[in-house]
Design a protein around this ligand. Structure first.
Ligand SMILES: Cc1cc2nc3c(=O)[nH]c(=O)nc-3n(C[C@H](O)[C@H](O)[C@H](O)COP(=O)(O)O)c2cc1C
Length: 162
């Protein structure tokens, strides 16, 4: 089974994290979303998508463009997992909304999204990435909690069923 890590990153934080995830699954391919073609996306069985949040609760810029391509494909046989970067302190009401927006777009298609994580241990008010007491993927905060990133990644990668 082949796995891809596709990320969009404006200042490098999401890329930094994508590289860390890649180091824990070296058999995967790790690529920025801006250069991808439909054929490249279709090659993989498992697709990990990583976006930061910009504006007030929006997808990262490259992702805004990439989702149109993604949603134009038939990816119903794929397994998805998401990771998101945000800033709980400055944007407590829209923490990791980018990841949440992505999740809801995939769910509208009825595509399989795995790799939910507990919201326990985070400090925010609202997030579109929260469903019940879980995030819809791995939520990270390189602005305020960079020291927690490695352990959060390690637990998440271990929990992924691929
Ligand atoms: C102008 C601006 C708007 C932001 N808006 C949000 C937001 O609404 N929610 C959030 O959780 N983080 C927000 N962030 C924080 C970024 O998502 C965070 O710094 C992230 O690590 C950036 O990752 P990147 O360098 O890969 O793009 C914002 C940051 C900036 C500078």
């Amino acid at each position: 089974m082949s796995t891809a890590i596709f990320y969009g990153s404006s200042l490098g934080n999401t890329q930094f994290v994508a590289d860390k995830i890649h180091a824990r699954m070296p058999e995967a391919d790790c690529l920025p979303v801006n250069d991808l073609t439909g054929d490249q996306i279709l090659k993989y069985d498992n697709i990990i998508l990583g976006t930061s949040t910009w504006g007030v609760g929006n997808l990262q810029d490259d992702f805004e463009l990439f989702v149109d391509l993604l949603l134009s494909l038939d990816l119903s046989a794929k397994k998805f997992a998401l990771f998101g970067l945000g800033d709980q302190q400055t944007y407590p009401d829209t923490y990791c909304n980018g990841m949440g927006k992505l999740y809801h777009l995939l769910k509208e298609k009825d595509w399989k999204v795995l790799g939910f994580t507990s919201v326990e241990g985070y400090d925010f008010s609202e997030s579109e990435a929260q469903v019940g007491d879980e995030f819809v993927g791995l939520a990270l905060d390189e602005d305020n909690e960079p020291d927690l990133t490695d352990v959060r990644i390690a637990q998440w990668v271990k929990s992924l069923p691929f």
